[in-house]
Design a protein around this ligand. Structure first.
Ligand code: DGL
Length: 267
């Protein structure tokens, strides 16, 4: 992202990107390529992280409140909920509460089943995402003819945060979280793994190296970026890229390693 400016550009659409932490950056990086002229505000609810291990009603209330505050403050034209846990749990409540358009991030079960040759896929997400009725409905509607194993991970999102903060996570720790994805039964092996948490593409190289056999990992970010570009079509194109902003709800400064990583995203 070269030649960024700090100017306030009145014509550019404002896009709010929301996640519990830095996972939504994997969505932001694709959206920003699709629509480089927009003004981006990234809100990381690190004060509420991790979302994946929390009681549902409490989390819905928190997400609606935090996103509502960010909407009031930044007046976005579009909100991208760059978090599977928040989307599968609270997208309906967000849409009921606010009139701004929302783009959610939900497990890419349909494309995974369509492209699987062995018709055996895995959905790797937080414990919340894989346990929710929303995800089970996606499987009922879009996975016919395909065997789906749901793999809930308690720790992977935190591992991704730790890695970015410069605290390395061992191969053994990551391997044990993804092991359940690899099913070999009836002469059919898992050949496709849905990354159903936006933190996980940050660990993709580790996943590839630690996979029990080669599989295709599906990152939903490019599809979300296309959806955002569609929704913003017709909105004025401004003079160039505007420096994005990131807000941490904890109010704490990012660790030095994370700060360097954020700089590479233009923040
Ligand atoms: N990045 C999030 C997701 O896509 C959530 C991680 C967490 O807060 O547990 O589900």
């Amino acid at each position: 992202m070269a030649n960024l400016t700090d100017r306030s550009e009145s014509g550019a659409p404002t896009v709010l990107i929301f996640d519990s932490g830095v996972g939504g950056l994997t969505v932001f990086r694709e959206v920003a390529v699709a629509r480089p002229d927009a003004r981006y505000i990234y809100v990381a609810d690190d004060a509420g992280f991790p979302y994946g291990n929390q009681p549902e009603q409490k989390l819905i209330a928190r997400i609606v409140a935090v996103v509502g505050q960010a909407i009031a403050e930044h007046k976005p034209d579009l909100v991208v909920v760059a978090c599977n846990t928040a989307s599968t749990l609270a997208l309906a409540a967000l849409r009921a509460a606010y009139t701004v358009p929302f783009v959610g991030t939900v497990p890419a079960i349909k494309p995974a089943c369509a492209q699987s040759q062995s018709k055996r896929i895995a959905v790797l997400g937080t414990l919340a995402t894989v346990g929710l009725e929303y995800t089970k409905t996606l499987i009922r509607e879009f996975a016919s003819g395909c065997d789906v194993v749901l793999v809930g991970s308690r720790h992977l999102a935190s591992y991704a945060e730790r890695e970015l903060a410069g605290q390395p996570v061992s191969d053994a720790e990551i391997a044990s979280e993804i092991a359940g994805c690899f099913v070999d039964s009836d002469n059919r092996r898992t050949d496709t793994v849905v990354l159903a948490c936006t933190h996980y593409p940050l660990l993709l190289e580790r996943f590839r190296r630690l996979a029990h056999w080669p599989v295709t990992f599906i990152d939903p970010a490019p599809a979300i970026a296309r959806r955002v570009a569609d929704l913003l079509r017709g909105r004025p194109v401004s003079g160039g890229a505007i420096r994005p902003r990131i807000v941490f709800t904890s109010g704490q400064a990012p660790a030095p390693a994370l700060a360097t990583f954020l700089t590479s995203f233009g923040f």
